[in-house]
Design a protein around this ligand. Structure first.
Ligand SMILES: Nc1ncnc2c1ncn2[C@@H]1O[C@H](COP(=O)(O)OP(=O)(O)OP(=O)(O)O)[C@@H](O)[C@H]1O
Length: 463
């Protein structure tokens, strides 16, 4: 029986979730604060933790980091308010599996819990992927792991690149904001490659506790350090013959970058504390949501390893930069949510479609998926209406003052014009604040330099 720990200072929430998950066949426990939860976790085995972000003693991020030191394979789901989506996204970067927003709906959490446990199972088994039989391929249901390509020119270009490089053994750097689908692109490359029958191992370097990173990547021998009670294979060895996907590669410590360079150059791994070298045949794909080139320039990331990895680059645009894809993904996520929640919602009302196109989607596809799942859950007719969307999406907090600045009292010609005006104003403002420093401006606006330059050209902003 799978074991779940709920950490929340509201006794009612603990009680509700504990009862619900016990009824669904889990062993559920609860703790009221971070300190007690950590103590409990040190003494008890658990598969998954559902943790409120705002606890009396710790934040969700702090708890997350402590949990990952106790055991890296415990899945963590963070509960946040919708307005904390950016914080939630940060938690994902640090290794949380997913987030759910308040108010809580147990059925929605159950879907997330099941997915998290399934992902954990896949990780521990690092299964050899079987090609689906013809019968399975023809199934009419959609799978959460299906790779969907959008219709925008950006998405089409990405699809072309995936097809082009899949057949090769080239290393690829995949760049894009959080939730834009970097891991999905990596999986799509693996599944189209000759390695597809071998493991695809994904490691989130941002979530690796410093103390354990080397052991996770390269393995360790029994007795290498306190707690190393038996030999352990690292990710390179587990991915042997297949593909290793290193997410958030920019977070790897300098020392581990050096160790990795050796593996990439010589194709052999040596476990922590071991003397023996073992040959490995692994294709490495990496992802980053920061501009790695900039990190190289500032000396935080080794240039030699960057060049090794950057044999090919795929840049994923933010969802707000490719509104044409929103409908395709919205339909896909709708089918998924219908399946998961056993509902038959057919589509979206016209105003919801319009809202989706103008909202900025800081959490990109992941946020869209979560919003639609919640919408399906709340929907009582055959279309998701605005009443099923979080308030934060319907009325994003833009200051009236800013609106005045953007529109100059005139009525905008279209919503597209509004977005463009807002983007132009934001770029001008930040350029002014950074004394026209483009790198800093790009960083503050959360885009890469190339995107910034393209936008400046498009909006006639002087360089
Ligand atoms: N091409 C795609 N087809 C179908 N679903 C997708 C696709 N890309 C992304 N998704 C959905 O969006 C979610 C986020 O994707 P993914 O984890 O690949 O993003 P990411 O860029 O790696 O995020 P992070 O930077 O936070 O690690 C996935 O769980 C999946 O549901």
């Amino acid at each position: 029986m799978k074991r779940i720990l709920i950490v929340d200072d509201e006794p009612d929430i603990c009680l509700l979730l504990k009862k619900y998950f016990t009824k669904k066949g889990y062993e559920a426990y609860s703790q009221p604060n971070g300190e007690d939860a950590i103590k409990w976790l040190k003494a008890n085995e658990v598969d998954l933790v559902i943790c409120d972000f705002k606890l009396p003693d710790y934040t969700g991020l702090e708890i997350l980091q402590k949990i990952k030191i106790i055991r890296t394979d415990i899945q963590v789901i963070i509960i946040t308010g919708y307005s904390d989506v950016r914080i939630a996204v940060d938690a994902l970067k640090k290794g949380a599996y997913d987030y759910v927003t308040k108010p809580l709906y147990p059925d929605e959490i159950l879907v997330t819990v099941e997915q998290a446990l399934h992902a954990k199972q896949e990780q521990t088994n690092t299964p050899t992927r079987q090609k689906p039989s013809n019968k399975e391929t023809k199934k009419s249901t959609v799978s959460p792991t299906d790779y969907i390509s959008g219709t925008s020119h950006q998405a089409q270009a990405v699809m072309k690149h995936i097809d082009l490089i899949a057949a090769t053994d080239m290393s690829v750097v995949i760049e894009g904001e959080t939730g834009t689908g970097k891991e999905y692109v990596a999986k799509a490359i693996h599944e189209r490659s000759h390695r597809d029958q071998k493991p695809f191992v994904a490691v989130d370097c941002g979530a690796l506790p410093k103390e354990l990173a080397a052991s996770e990547l390269f393995g360790h021998v029994k007795g290498a350090f306190t707690g190393a009670i038996q030999d352990k294979k690292g990710c390179f060895e587990r991915a042997n013959g297949g593909t290793l996907f290193l997410d958030e590669i920019g977070n790897l410590s300098y020392e581990n970058q050096l160790n990795m360079l050796r593996v990439l150059q010589e194709r052999v791994v040596r476990k922590v504390g071991g003397a023996e070298e073992k040959a490995v045949d692994v294709r490495v794909l990496v992802a980053t949501n920061e501009n790695l080139r900039e990190k190289v320039k500032s000396g935080q990331f080794r240039e030699d390893i960057y060049f090794r990895l950057n044999e090919f680059k795929i840049e994923l645009s933010a969802l707000r930069e490719r509104p044409d894809d929103i409908e395709v993904f919205a339909q896909h996520f709708l089918s998924l949510a219908n399946q998961q929640l056993n509902k038959e919602v057919k589509g979206f009302s016209q105003d919801v479609v319009q809202t989706f196109r103008t909202y900025s989607w800081p959490g990109n596809l992941r946020e869209l998926k979560n919003v639609i799942k919640r919408g399906v859950l709340l929907c009582t007719s055959d279309r998701i209406g605005a009443d099923c969307l979080p308030q934060e999406i319907l009325t994003p907090s833009v200051h009236d003052e800013n609106m005045d600045m953007i529109f100059n009292d005139s009525i905008p010609s279209s919503l597209k014009a509004v977005t463009e005006q807002a983007e132009k104003q934001a770029i001008l403002l930040v350029l002014e604040k950074t004394n026209k420093n483009k790198s800093k401006t790009a960083e503050l606006l959360g885009v890469d330099r190339k995107t910034l330059y393209n936008k400046m050209r498009a909006y006639d902003i002087e360089a």
